[in-house]
Write a protein that binds this ligand. Structure first.
Ligand code: ZN
Length: 237
């Protein structure tokens, strides 16, 4: 028996298999997921930049607060001396002036801190906005990952069926013919065998010459025939 008739069925199954592979690699959810991951990466970079901007201001604020604390220590110590029982009026006056100067210094530092906090406020708002965007993108990524997995699983199920069908078909064909089929399929873009339809090759659609067509019609049905143009095996009824 001419194995190419059976291999035509294998070819049909293999073509479905190739289509499934293509569909699996081109699932829209995959491209959408890549786009979302790109957006997330850009967002993470933006968050890092804004955070480092905030970090500079935070450090400056800490520096101001440390300075205020150390001045407050100085005031406390001057206060202790002031109420320490000294009756030297001149000394007490100097202490009071010193305390006054320290308090003015603190007040200036507090103004600086307030100005800093006003700068931090819009940065915090930006960070909150970015965090909300990120949450939304994360949500979309999770949903897309799930729908992608579902679509892949569906295709994998179909592919398993197709493979099982192929195994059945191939089991009934002589191995040398299957090997030849695989070889030609590898060379000719995944299609090794086609039907001869009204004198034309079912794969490349080239019309066979009258001489060739006539020659084929007179061959034994067991004789393998190849398209004179594309080289694929031709199955005739
Ligand atoms: Zn052809």
């Amino acid at each position: 028996m001419n194995p190419w008739k059976q291999l035509l069925d294998v070819q049909a199954v293999d073509t479905v298999s190739t289509q499934l592979d293509h569909r699996r690699s081109q699932l829209p959810a995959r491209a959408e997921l890549v786009a979302i991951e790109d957006q997330l990466a850009a967002l993470r970079a933006e968050v890092a930049a804004v955070e480092s901007e905030k970090h500079v201001l935070d450090k400056e604020q800490t520096r101001i607060e440390d300075e205020i604390a150390s001045i407050e220590d100085k005031i406390a110590s001057a206060d202790r001396q002031l109420y320490g029982g000294s009756s030297d009026v001149k000394e007490l006056q100097v202490l009071q002036e010193e305390i006054g100067a320290l308090r003015r210094r603190i007040s200036g530092l507090e103004d600086q801190e307030l100005a800093l906090m006003e700068q931090v406020e819009p940065i915090d708002e930006r960070l909150a906005g970015l965090a909300a965007q990120r949450e939304e993108l994360d949500r979309q990524a999770i949903a897309l990952t799930a729908s992608l997995a579902e679509a892949e699983a569906e295709i994998d199920r179909e592919r398993d069926e197709v493979r099982a069908r192929r195994d059945e078909l191939v089991a009934g064909i002589e191995p040398a013919a299957v090997q030849e089929y695989e070889k030609v399929r590898g060379q000719l873009g995944g299609v090794a065998v086609a039907r001869l339809e009204h004198g034309s090759c079912g794969a490349c659609h080239m019309k066979l010459s009258a001489v060739e067509h006539d020659r084929i019609l007179h061959l034994s049905p067991e004789e393998p025939v190849r398209c004179e143009d594309c080289g694929r095996f031709l199955v005739r009824d």
